[in-house]
Write a protein that binds this ligand. Sequence first.
Ligand code: GDP
Ligand code: MN
Length: 381
Amino acid sequence: MNIHEYQAKELLRQSGIPVQPGAVATTPAEAEAIAQQYGGAVVVKAQVHAGGRGKAGGVKLARTPAEARAAAERILGMSIKGLVVQRVLVAQAADIASEAYVGIIIDRASKRPVVMVSPAGGMDIEEVAASTPERIRRLAVDTRYGLQSFEAMELAFFLYPDVRQARAAARILRQLYNAFMEHGASLAEINPLVTTPAGDLVAVDAKISVDDNELERHPDLAALRDESAEAPSETEARRANLTFIKLEGNVGCVVNGAGLAMATMDLVKHYGGEPANFLDIGGSSNPDKVVSALRIITRDRAVRVILFNIFGGITRTDDVATGIVAAIRQSPLTVPIVIRLTGTNEEEAVRILAGAGLSAMTDMDEAVRAAVSLVGAGKAA
Ligand code: GDP
Ligand code: MN
């Protein structure tokens, strides 16, 4: 789950990290009122789950409340990377002398949180990693001991030769590490971490992603979810208790069980296709889940064929068949469907499907090949 910059900054502030005072506005008048209250210059920032807002025109400095209002007028309703801006953060503008990057992610290879720092802040860290990798320093943290002071200090000196600033940065790194661990984050970054002309450090932008599996333990974080800022398909899938991840291909996959779903995607690739999604309808799938799954997948315009791969164990294949038939009755399909099912109540499932003019295969390999070749046939037509 992603949270907004203003929410992330509040978490950082609670951990002791210096951030600019700011408040959220949903209208230009509110933005003006906030700027009025602060007095001096403010920065008006689009709150969407996307980076690169500055380049897209979603970050504007305003010297007066009237300018803040005008900036909010332009930013609210703007679309950034397909996301419509519904609120802006109005924060006291920071005077910037330099911009650094500090961030923590989970590194799957070392199975540890990795702290990354770079004096080349402000821009995409991926860009820095690609063009000037020597300007990034990394450290994998042993979570038994946490980020030690000397480790934080070593990283901080890579950012600032000045000892006072390095000390401040080391403190921020340890506070960021603590916040990362405490909130069950998969990513926490400050980009840019700025120095002011007076030599102080301030987190000017913040991003935190929380592992969805942590949310049950963190109801306070779960409450930060902004569904209006998410892809509608992912929100709907979560509500229907489906594990869904949108991908770039055109073979829509509906599978029961994460392992079988992964194997199905591998097989689609093996036969030259590209999966449009990962979708696990879960172990005991009632017909309603199947209806939701089909609705979510068919909404994706890229999907050229739908592939069901159901291995009936606890999952009853007749339940899945009932769901497929119900979904198609509600809204007829405009793309071909390939159904593979085998296992619990298979004969009943085949009968239900036949009643709606559908057939099913039992062999997974055959079904995936059929689905991929249907995409090819569609292309040629
Ligand atoms: P992003 O583009 O989505 O990463 O948004 P950021 O919050 O990082 O803002 C982009 C850039 O705008 C920063 O790198 C800064 O250069 C600039 N910026 C953001 N906030 C301020 C501010 O308070 N004062 C000044 N002078 N510049 C700012
Ligand atoms: Mn940024």
